[in-house]
Design a protein around this ligand. Structure first.
Ligand code: FRU
Length: 452
């Protein structure tokens, strides 16, 4: 699987669809897999919602979104065609298509609603929303000069779009960025956010280290005007694996995002277990009004799956010592606080087995997630600046092959896939060349089966 698609609350259930190749653990002709949940925590699998093969989606039902309208669910997705050889991206045709459902489980395909404007072949991942009494559709695109951008269409009838009239709502100013995938546009904290996944960005210091990124620009947009950005592009997650996030709104108005926890072109060791790709935990987003940064925290519903609890007493971790917190760190949530101003250690934090460390580098004043799995040719670190305050609060969700690290309730988040060998999952706290002060550490087991 790859991107989350069609996130929507419909008739009492949260629906999540996703890019899915049912026949192997390799990417292939894309279907829409389907999950539902009553609480965004316990999920149920359903039969595939969309399969490719009609004239308009012959070679794949690519990414898209869902909306509720007049008691029906509308899926808006990209119909993909290879015009030359399969996988030859120089010859493709992509159109936006519609499928409608009364019950949210069986879908009737309605065919093409928006064709690509002249000068565009890469044109995909429609995100549709309703604002100011109109439907809006933003698509990722690449023009003939290879500049990534977003095209905006609008209509007052969701089944009838005028594809001749559109605006370029935002465009890359970075000449290396040839494509923007998986866009999203939403109001947040009095501003508008454009989220997208750019391709082609070159790594710059600690930033943009992954092959592709996912991030936001914040600005002002009203229906009669072009988007005016008031911030630059900021990555939404600073870990190794986070791409193609999509958002939706809960009935009580929370904006939630879910991303794909994997990265194109990387090794995916779970393929030998016949699967690859996973979704992030749902995150609630909010706007920090001072810096206009989009922040995210784990949804509060996740406390429901806490099962069992260990409270580690506050303590000084003496220079060059380590304490074991858990023998087997698999499905658990670790909440801990380091008192930054009392820590003299050059390097202190957590180890999970031999392959993962989540630590403070006191000299660069950064929090680092370092993974080292040479047996899978996967190594390297990601980091974020430490918050400028006295305490570093980490909320960390571990699953069998993932870690999601939330820093100081929204300061930053880092998500990475991890591949510890069997028996190499002990969780310990350590400090090197100086002491570290662990002010708090609560560990919760998480219910093993949240998928029914
Ligand atoms: C992003 C993406 C989308 C496309 C889909 C195909 O990961 O490349 O642009 O619709 O995946 O699976």
């Amino acid at each position: 699987m790859n991107d989350p698609n069609g996130l929507v609350y419909f008739k009492g259930l949260y629906h999540v669809f996703y890019q899915h190749h049912p026949f192997s653990a390799e990417w292939g002709p894309m279907h829409w897999g389907h999950l539902t949940s009553e609480d965004m925590v316990h999920w149920r699998h359903h039969p595939i919602a969309l399969a490719p093969g009609d004239d308009w989606d012959r070679d794949g039902c690519f990414s898209g979104s869902a909306v509720e309208h007049d008691g029906k669910m509308y899926l808006i997705y990209t119909g993909h065609h290879w015009l030359g050889d399969t996988l030859d991206d120089t010859q493709i045709y992509q159109v936006q298509c519609l499928a409608v459902s009364e019950d949210g489980f069986t879908f009737e395909k309605k065919g093409i609603i928006v064709k690509p404007p002249a000068d565009y072949t890469h044109f995909r991942d429609p995100k549709v929303w309703y604002e100011d009494k109109r439907w809006w559709m933003v698509c990722g695109a690449r023009d003939s000069k290879d500049q990534g951008q977003l095209l905006l269409h609008s209509t007052d009838d969701i089944e009838d779009w005028d594809d001749g009239t559109f605006t370029i709502v935002a465009k890359s100013e970075d000449k290396n960025v040839y494509m923007w995938e998986c866009p999203d546009v939403f109001p947040l904290g009095g501003k508008h956010v454009i989220a997208f996944s750019p391709q082609g960005k070159i790594a710059d210091g600690y930033s943009y280290r992954n092959v592709f990124q996912a991030g936001t620009v914040v600005g002002d947009w009203s229906v009669s005007e072009l988007f005016k950005t008031t911030t630059g592009f900021r990555e939404m997650d600073l870990g190794h694996d986070f791409y193609a996030p999509q958002s939706f709104v809960t009935p009580e108005g929370r904006r939630i995002i879910i991303g794909w926890l994997s990265m194109w072109e990387g090794n995916m060791p779970t393929k030998k277990h016949n699967w690859s790709g996973q979704l992030s935990i749902p995150r609630e987003v909010f706007l920090d009004p001072e810096t206009e940064t989009v922040r995210c925290v784990p949804i509060r519903e996740l406390v429901k799956i806490r099962q069992g609890h260990i409270s580690v007493p506050a303590q000084l971790i003496k220079s060059d010592t380590q304490i074991t917190l858990l023998d087997e760190c698999v499905s658990c949530e670790v909440n801990l606080v380091w008192t930054l101003n009392n820590c003299t250690g050059e390097k202190y934090g957590l180890w999970v087995g031999k392959g993962l460390e989540i630590f403070v580098d006191n000299q660069t004043a950064r929090l680092v997630v370092n993974r080292h799995y040479p047996e899978h040719t996967i190594s390297g670190y990601r980091s974020c600046p430490l918050p400028t305050c006295t305490h570093l609060k980490l909320t960390i969700f571990f699953d069998k092959s993932s870690v999601e690290v939330f820093v100081n309730d929204g300061h930053a988040v880092m998500s990475s896939r991890i591949y510890p060998a069997a028996g190499d999952r002990a969780l310990s706290a350590f400090s090197i060349n100086g002491d570290a002060h662990l002010a708090q550490c609560e560990i919760y087991g998480l219910a093993k089966s949240v998928l029914v």
